[in-house]
Design a protein around this ligand. Structure first.
Ligand code: GLA
Length: 391
């Protein structure tokens, strides 16, 4: 990312130099999909694709933003955030709900939000399942922390961003994406327990690379489909609680208990719950495999995770399935699966470093042959979390 371009853009937009430069990364998730809102463990990694934000305090309580990549500007007041309107009284466009939602969530947490002038740009592809929105949220949370004169720990920042997404944007997402953007550790995956909020960095296998392949498919109605999946999990807990009164979430249900009681669930709900319960086990097994250097088992768990997202959680697409199948046949591919919420987006591939070039070529060719479309492939590195960039 060319930071000097961002700075010169800020100067030409606002006529002053930016006081703060911030980087907040996107993420991939290696395993533990759709378990963060079921209190389960997840295994994401922040990546070296990020939102870059240049910002300075404004004298008034107005926020003036320029979203460089889409060439759009917006101004809104901090005194009227619930209205979700710009200064002229027009509804905020979707892209502006993320920063405005963060401002609102900071206010709700009792902290100070200052007027702001900001320009931001991103190299996290939008809608590709790499948490471009969490990266935007985190960049704004960090700049408002700097301007507000308060300091919160990283988990608090992540929760503020999650609140913005849940309450202001209207997606009932879990905490994984914002957590990863805040806590990333270079060359490591992050084992994050979304119940206890404990986490630790686990080294990625040596001699491997992370390859993201974007299917190019963007589904509409992703938000409602996502919220529906979450509602199905809650329904499962509600029904299972009649027999297992102590359970709080699907995290608390063992596979043995589930198999005894699954006949009580409506068929669709039972499939969703089975995915979540087996996926939680896969995360624990995958971390043991990582720790013991057993790459093969780790890769098999990734493939099994994909099959479960395809058949039980039903959030894959034919294009994502094609990407995983093609990848699995290319030498050097340790494991592959869809990453993020699904409904289109990308796959994550763990690949032996020596095979990187041939793998990427094979995947691109195979995808065109299978679907007639091109896949955009990104070689990613697990990176550090959100940070201030020195000027
Ligand atoms: C989206 C959400 C996350 C998580 C994933 C699925 O990325 O924002 O909270 O639920 O989907 O694992």
């Amino acid at each position: 990312m060319d930071i000097s371009k961002l700075v010169s853009n800020f100067i030409s937009t606002f006529g002053i130099k930016p006081e703060h430069l911030i980087r907040a990364p996107g993420r991939v998730n290696l395993l533990g999909e759709h378990v963060d809102y079921n209190a389960g463990p997840v295994l994401p990694a922040a990546i070296d694709r990020a939102v870059y934000l240049a910002g300075s305090p404004a004298k008034s309580d107005v926020v003036q933003l320029y979203a460089f990549d889409i060439g759009k500007e917006i101004s809104f007041s901090l005194n009227n955030l619930e209205a979700k309107q710009d200064l002229e009284g027009n509804p905020l466009p979707n892209w502006a709900l993320y920063p405005a939602g963060v401002a609102r969530a900071i206010q709700q947490s009792g902290r100070q939000v200052a007027g702001l002038q900001a320009v931001y740009t991103s190299d996290v592809p939008i809608g590709a399942g790499l948490s471009s929105s969490a990266a935007v949220e985190m960049a704004f949370a960090v700049v408002w922390q700097e301007l507000g004169g308060w300091s919160a720990d990283r988990m608090t920042l992540a929760r503020i961003c999650q609140r913005a997404e849940n309450e202001y944007v209207g997606v009932s997402s879990g905490l994984m994406d914002q957590f990863a953007s805040a806590h990333g550790v270079r060359d490591h995956a992050l084992l994050f327990d979304t119940r206890s909020l404990d986490w630790e960095a686990v080294p990625l296998p040596t001699g491997t690379v992370l390859v993201v392949a974007d299917s190019g498919i963007r589904r509409s109605l992703t938000t409602s489909a996502y919220n529906e999946r979450r509602a199905a999990c809650e329904k499962a807990v509600e029904i299972l609680r009649q027999d297992l009164p102590k359970i709080q979430s699907l995290r608390d249900v063992t596979l043995v208990e589930f198999n005894q009681l699954r006949h009580k669930l409506p068929p669709g709900v039972s499939l969703r719950a089975e995915h979540v319960i087996t996926e939680i086990e896969r995360v624990f097994s995958a971390v043991s495999a990582l720790r013991s250097g057993d790459q093969q088992t780790f890769g098999e768990l990734m493939y099994a995770g994909h099959a479960s997202l395809r058949d039980l959680y039903q959030v894959s697409t034919p294009e994502l399935d094609a990407l995983v199948e093609i990848a699995s046949e290319i030498p050097g591919c340790i494991g592959a699966r869809l990453t993020g919420a699904g409904f289109g987006g990308s796959t994550i591939n763990l690949v032996e470093q020596d095979h990187t070039d041939a793998f990427i070529q094979g995947l691109k060719q195979g995808y065109i042959q299978a679907t007639g479309n091109e896949t955009q492939v990104y070689l990613c590195q697990a990176s550090q979390g959100a940070e201030l960039i020195k000027q």
